[in-house]
Design a protein around this ligand. Structure first.
Ligand code: PRP
Length: 182
């Protein structure tokens, strides 16, 4: 066993190269938290909605970096199946458990690729009566221009298949503490 080591991360499946190491990610997550605190105050009763599964690690680090009160919920959507190419459609698998009506929602996404997930989920949150909806995306490939551009972006990411820190390929690699290319 060589847990966590590049090249041995997933039972022999190899990652090609570390693109963002853990320290780089955590530094940027702290900066994003400061940016978010510049926009929201305690009175806004911020509701963080993480997009499962990919955003679960990013959301947990971001929430702990925030110095304003926030509540947390999740929405589960699926667009890619087990392949590397977007199917072009988003399926809602689990709605947020809390009512979003009247809330200031910050949607927390791991990556904007085609932008389809972001656009569809933001539209849904607005349909469900959220007072405001902004998005914080850790990674943005800048290959699409979503109707609802994320207000907070961690990194402009290279257009390669990325895994780790929540991102998967066929459900593997999510547990890696860094982001790597395949
Ligand atoms: C991935 C990722 C984003 C979405 C981005 O989710 O986590 O939510 O795709 O792609 P898009 O901009 O082309 O819509 P995925 O559907 O693979 O599910 P997962 O989060 O459970 O891995």
């Amino acid at each position: 066993m060589n847990p966590g080591g590049v090249g041995f991360a997933n039972g022999g499946s190899l990652v090609k190269e570390v693109v963002y190491d853990r320290e780089t990610i955590l530094t940027r997550v702290g900066e994003l938290a400061r940016e978010i605190e510049g926009v929201y105050s305690a009175e806004d009763r911020l509701l963080l909605v993480g997009v499962l599964k990919g955003a679960f690690i990013f959301l947990s680090d971001l929430a702990r970096a925030l110095r304003i009160p926030a509540q947390i919920d999740f929405i589960s959507v699926s667009s890619y199946g087990d392949g590397q190419v977007s199917s072009g459609r988003v399926r809602i698998e689990q709605h947020p458990r809390m009512p979003v009506e009247g809330r200031n929602v910050l949607l927390v996404e791991d990556i904007v690729d085609s932008g389809i997930t972001l656009d569809q989920v933001v539209s849904l949150l607005l349909e469900w009566g959220a007072a405001t909806v902004e998005t914080c995306a850790l990674l943005h490939k800048r290959i699409a221009s979503p109707d609802h551009e994320p207000r907070f972006v961690g990194f402009d990411a290279p257009n390669v298949f990325l895994v780790g820190y929540g991102l998967d390929h066929a459900e593997d690699f999510r547990h890696l503490p860094y982001i790597a290319s395949l």
